[in-house]
Each structure stands twice: as C-alpha cells, then as structure tokens.
Design a protein around this ligand. Structure first.
Ligand code: GDP
Length: 295
C-alpha cells in the first residue's frame, strides 16, 4: 500500500544523505518534497501541515545541522513524527471487569465488517479466548448467512435469530447465552448501509445504550482514502468510537487513510486487515508501520 510513498521518501533521504553537511535550505527543500509525497499519498492536508512543522522545528536546530550525520538525524526525526501521527503506542482491546466483554463492529456496507467479526474471533481464540459471534446485521440479506458460514468454516460459535428479530434483542439474547456458556468476548456484526443514515445510527445508539459495549470499533476501508476518514468522524460523533479496524491494507491505495485517521478522528487504530483470509488480521503497531513506510 505504501510503495509509492516509500519510494519517494527513499529518494529524498538518499539525496540529502549524499550531502554530508546540511544547511537550513537543504532541510527545507527536503521537507518540501516530503510534504508533496505525503499529499500525493492522500494524507489529510492538516495532518501534513502539522507533521512538516513538527519535523522542521526539530530538524533546523543547531545540534542536528552541526552533527556528523545530519541526514540520519533528519530521517530519525521523520520516523519519530510518523510514529506519533500513527498513534505512538499500541492500544490493546479493553476487557470488561464482568465477562462477557461486548465488542461492537460498526461501519458501512462493504467495508469488511462481517469478515472482520470472524477474523477478530479467530485472532482472539488464538489468544485463548472463547468468542461468540453475533449476526445482528439483519438488513444486508446475505450477512447472516455469511457469518454462519464463516463460523462453520473456522469452528467459531455464531448466534443469530434470522432476519426478523430486532437487533437490540438479538444482542441481548446473545449476551445472556454467552454468560451461560462462559463465552467471552461477544463480537457483534451490526447493520451497515452504503451511506451513513439516520436509522442505522439510531439503531447503533440503541444497541450501545442497551448493552454498554467495552469496545465500539469502526471497520473502515483503507482503499477509500479520505472518505474513510470522514466516515470515521461521523461515526465517532454519534457513537464515541473506542477504536478503528482499517481493512484492505493489502490493497494498492496510497495509504492516506492510515496516515490521517488517527490524528483527525483522535481514536486509535487497533487492528489492520491485510487480506480476505480469516488469518489476515494484525494488531496495529504504530512503530512497525512507520518503519515499513520509511523502507
Ligand atoms: P461488510 O458488508 O462490511 O460486512 O463487508 P464484508 O465483510 O462482506 O467484506 C466485503 C468484501 O471485502 C469481501 O469480499 C471481503 O472478502 C473483502 N475484504 C474484507 N476485508 C478485507 C481485507 O482486509 N483485504 C481484502 N483484500 N479484502 C477484504
């Protein structure tokens, strides 16, 4: 996903690396190119502006310019700031003090929500948990069947009541069942539509109020770029998200969503989806992604 950005940054850094000593002008020229590369990668304009200002402030200092390896130092400042933009530390899932922990996955249709209910279940079972998957997206006709199939394929229990029951009731019943069978966490697939709409938001608010989830994770499609960022802002405004799952990070989008969403929305990326298979899910580490982007 970040190939083009990585190539551009590598070029810039190689050029200043060949210079030995750097002047303030050299740094400014390099930062202009970094700025252009980030904008071309579809990173949010404000995020780019703050990023460049922060790097410049540190890079222009006497210590850096007079040092024996100024280019190396500029690169390490860029790295540090990239980590910061991506959220600094890994933020793990929050667990309820009284099991089961309820995790709602919300998002637009096609973002990968249903797939990620299964991926997250698979991942957490790998950590020794006993998850229950819940099919509460009753509006997309195939979603319930899709989750049942994923559950069968990967040996994960799925709770559903078909497509006629009320989602909030489905979730309440699922939690009761999980308590009886000691299943934890309860991972809920909620309704998604092609666009944000009022009824969908109200239904999600209703579920949130009724079951007090520990996590409300927005599943957002990284391929949609800045659109994913706007979607996240709107969901956050209505539901106070606790985290993000950025999907389709294996795609060939320019990566702007991944680099913008944390700063703009103010909510941590907790996982990234890297493929269609059930095991294509990775906990998100800002440091690792920054290192990958810098090549
Ligand atoms: P939902 O409508 O949000 O529930 O979306 P689905 O879970 O049905 O996913 C929509 C499509 O995206 C399916 O074809 C998935 O296989 C695909 N998909 C989901 N996550 C990823 C991912 O991380 N990478 C890729 N390449 N495809 C994904």
């Amino acid at each position: 996903m970040f190939e083009a950005l990585t190539d551009r940054l590598t070029d810039v850094f190689q050029r200043i690396g060949r210079k030995g000593r750097l002047t303030e002008q050299d740094v400014d020229e390099a930062l202009r190119e970094v700025r252009r590369a980030l904008l071309e990668a579809d990173v949010n304009y404000r995020v780019v502006k703050d990023f460049i200002a922060a790097v410049r402030e540190q890079a222009i200092g006497e210590d850096v310019l007079r040092s024996l390896t100024p280019a190396q130092q500029v690169i390490s400042i860029v790295h540090k700031e990239l980590v910061r933009v991506l959220g600094s530390e890994r933020v793990p899932l929050t667990w309820a003090s009284q099991p089961p922990t309820v995790i709602l996955l919300v998002g637009l249709q096609g973002s990968g929500k249903t797939t990620h209910v299964a991926k997250l279940g698979h991942h957490l079972r790998g950590e020794g948990r006993q998850p229950l998957l819940v099919a509460a997206d009753i509006y997309r006709p195939a979603a319930v069947e899709q989750l049942r199939t994923l559950g069968r394929q990967h040996d994960l229990p799925v709770y559903d009541e078909g497509t006629q029951a009320k989602p909030v009731e489905i979730v309440k019943h699922a939690i009761k069942l999980a308590r009886e069978r000691r299943l934890d966490p309860v991972i809920v697939d909620t309704a998604g539509r092609l666009q944000i709409d009022e009824r969908m938001m109200q239904e999600l608010e209703e579920i949130k109020a009724a079951v007090r989830p520990s996590e409300i994770l927005l599943v957002a499609d990284a391929m949609t770029g800045q659109e994913a960022v706007s979607v996240a802002e709107e969901f956050h405004r209505r539901l106070q998200l606790t985290g993000l799952i950025l999907t389709k990070m294996d795609g060939d989008a320019r990566g702007g969503a991944a680099l913008s969403i944390r700063s703009v929305v103010g909510v941590p990326i907790k996982f990234i989806g890297t493929g269609e298979r059930v095991d294509a899910l990775e906990p998100f580490y800002p440091e690792r992604l920054a290192t990958r982007i810098l090549g």
